[in-house]
Ligand binder design. Sequence first.
Ligand SMILES: Nc1ncnc2c1ncn2[C@@H]1O[C@H](COP(=O)(O)OP(=O)(O)OP(=O)(O)O)[C@@H](O)[C@H]1O
Ligand SMILES: [Mg+2]
Length: 254
Amino acid sequence: MVITVANQKGGVGKTTTAVNVSAGLALYGKKVLLVDMDPQAHSTKSCVVGAEKHPISLYDVLMKPEAKFKEAVLNSTVPGLDVAVSRISMAKLEPALVGQIDGHFKLKDAMEEIRCSYDFILIDTPPTLGLVTLNAFVASSYLLIPIQSSYLCLEGTDDLLDTIDKVRKVANPHLQILGVLITLHDTRTNIAKDVVERIFNVFGEKVFKTFISKSVKVEESPAYKESIFTYAPHSIGAIQYRKIAEEILERAKN
Ligand SMILES: Nc1ncnc2c1ncn2[C@@H]1O[C@H](COP(=O)(O)OP(=O)(O)OP(=O)(O)O)[C@@H](O)[C@H]1O
Ligand SMILES: [Mg+2]
């Protein structure tokens, strides 16, 4: 099952969710691959040791026909979780894809080789709706959309939904929203309740029952290259991300 984590709004918790949901699914015994499509390489930096010394990244895999997908895959610090690594040179990918006739299909085609080796493949995307993100949409069957629990949370939602519709029509009719995850939630603010209500009004039952609270432990764990499950196993963040992994396993059955 291939799940893209996407929202073109920056800093809404895509990477944090991609890493911790991947780790959560691995905790449940699933074999998981996290594909880091963001040139910022935050997913890679959050849970892979020594990736910067590895000579091959997803850029090489997608742009050089002789490179094999597996060559960009490294072990993470989480047992059961591999990462297809990104680095800053991935910033060249977007302009390189423009004008290529199969520009939308590069990731899907490249992943054929490894797709069957994993129970779940999660793709972390940059905060844009450009060709790099479109490659992820074309390569997946499901979208996980993190939405930050804040006043402007739904800004840009129309563009995101339009893009999903277009991808369905043109390149990938199977694409559907697996779930919308409310992140960086702070129940102490007066607007929190109103924000949640507005998100439910737009996405209804697609919204996961569990929300991810704003928490220092979740923010700190990438600096130690750990998921929340080893960095602070009893924290609220670990409990909530475990519940999200369970909700995803439940939705995956249907
Ligand atoms: N639940 C949380 N509690 C506290 N801080 C969080 C939480 N989730 C994410 N953060 C922090 O918020 C910032 C943005 O999160 P993250 O990098 O996951 O967002 P993103 O959507 O991937 O950003 P970008 O659009 O730049 O890729 C990071 O500093 C991260 O550590
Ligand atoms: Mg990110």
